[in-house]
Ligand binder design. Structure first.
Ligand code: GDP
Length: 440
């Protein structure tokens, strides 16, 4: 995410970090580089100019020239400005009303249908709501099917009327259906065209007027940069929407949309989409995004994801097993499964400060654990409990069964052995202190 922009900003700050004596010229040069980095990231020219002007004012006000670490102070000023530009605090969705009606708008291909599913799944699991998805695309039968596929995936009912060619009546019928059947959130996925056209705008404006949604969300593909901002403006002029959803932030996004959109339409970004899977949704936090843009990682989100997967009961059982020397490959496998639930590897690595940038050119496979899992699956239950049983013959069988080779099996056994030793140490006297320090 934003690798290019992060790199360029980093270089800009180097100008200040490298000099023994900081002069006004250095500061001006840094600001010029910051502006260039923003423009390269497809940030609107006026926004980039205002941005650097504000940073300059603050830098003068805080006497950057006389501080001991001018580079650091500049980074902080830029970070604060980025947060401000992207909206300050995080803003949630308005869930008032029974049912709460949420209308999705945006161009075709922006990720509306995918996001409708993600949001339904998010509300269902995090907020214990009962959502209904509504297919309101009267032009493309495939779009209706797509929403049904998404609904099946997440176990959420989808309302559709394939024969009905009136979007307003489908949407109002769906709300009646929701009221009668105990759904408390209705998410209406509408038709999108490839470009803004009057007919589409009229249709969605009519649906909007008829169903009076508590939330109208505008979904936009973050890869489209300044175009995203222009489309947002056109939709906002007609719908006066409540919030923006930025999708495809997992891709090669330059960052322009994330940085500019709030100040153009004056509406908050509420969620981001970071992948095609149904759990690739995150609440948008301007401060965390600023950290990411500045290559500082996002430890808070990482810890939150770990906490979501943390099961206290499981952890206790695991500790007992380690103490009794009973930690086996089945436990190892379930640990891997937990890590995988936290999200894609690339995404997770990107959240570690400094690491994301250092590893940006290294391809991290999402199925990084594929071989390990295959090897463990090829072991018998007894072997998984007692790895010491694994002699050369058994190892060969496992390698064949898992489509790996004997070296890979040996490597895993070695890693497992090291890990077991380390865990035992953690349990020992020294480890107790360590665990206490870590709040265990
Ligand atoms: P719609 O036409 O607006 O309903 O868009 P879709 O939901 O059909 O999405 C268009 C394409 O973008 C599909 O191939 C989705 O899988 C993909 N997509 C949607 N959201 C994301 C995202 O956050 N990240 C990535 N990488 N792809 C996404």
């Amino acid at each position: 995410m934003f690798d290019n922009l992060s790199d360029k900003l980093d270089k800009a700050f180097h100008i200040l970090k490298g000099h023994g004596k900081i002069t006004e010229v250095n500061v001006a040069e840094t600001l010029k580089e910051v502006r260039r980095a923003l423009l390269d990231a497809d940030v609107n020219f006026k926004i980039a100019k205002d941005f650097t002007n504000k940073v300059k004012e603050k830098a003068i006000g805080q006497d950057v020239l006389t501080t001991l670490q001018p580079g650091q102070l500049m980074v902080k000023i830029v970070k604060d400005e980025l947060i401000e530009l992207m909206g300050g605090d995080a803003v949630g969705v308005n869930l008032s009303g029974n049912p709460t009606v949420i209308l999705m708008s945006g161009l075709q291909g922006s990720g509306k249908t995918t996001f409708s599913g993600k949001l339904a799944n998010f509300l269902k699991t995090k907020k214990t709501k009962k959502p209904l998805l509504v297919a309101c695309d009267i032009y493309r039968p495939a779009a209706i099917n797509q929403l049904h596929v998404v609904g099946d995936q997440i176990g959420v009912e989808v309302y559709s009327e394939p024969e009905n060619k009136n979007a307003v009546s489908i949407a109002t019928n769906a709300i009646d259906y929701a009221k009668k059947n105990g759904f408390n959130v209705v998410i209406v996925d509408t038709a999108g065209r490839l470009a803004i056209d009057e007919e589409m705008m009229n249709e969605i404006a009519n649906v909007h007027a008829a169903i009076k949604p508590q939330e109208t969300l505008f979904v936009v593909d973050s890869m489209t940069g300044q175009d995203a901002v222009n489309t947002a403006k056109a939709f906002n002029d007609r719908l006066n929407f409540d919030g923006v959803i930025l999708t495809k932030l997992d891709g090669d996004t330059r960052g322009g949309a994330a940085i500019s959109i709030k100040s153009i339409v004056n509406k908050p970004i509420k969620f981001i989409g970071t992948g095609e899977k149904m759990d690739a949704i995150d609440v948008f936090y301007p401060d965390r995004m600023a950290d990411r843009i500045l290559g500082m990682g996002d430890v808070i989100s990482l810890v939150e994801r770990a906490q979501e997967q943390y099961d206290e009961e499981e952890a206790r059982k695991l500790q007992k097993k380690i103490a009794k020397n009973e930690f086996g490959f089945d436990d190892f496998l379930s640990q891997i499964q937990q890590v995988k639930k936290m999200g894609s590897m690339k995404d997770l690595v990107g959240m570690i400060p400094g690491v994301g940038k250092a590893m940006k050119d290294i391809e991290i496979e999402d199925d990084a654990f594929k071989h390990i899992e295959a090897i463990i699956h090829s072991m018998t239950p007894v072997e998984r409990k007692k790895p010491t049983l694994l002699d050369a013959k058994r190892k060969l069988r496992i390698a064949k069964g898992s489509g790996t080779d004997i070296q890979q099996v040996n490597q895993l056994l070695k890693q497992f052995d090291q890990m077991s030793k380390m865990m035992k140490m953690m349990q020992g006297a020294q480890g107790k202190n360590l665990m206490r320090m870590m709040g265990q």
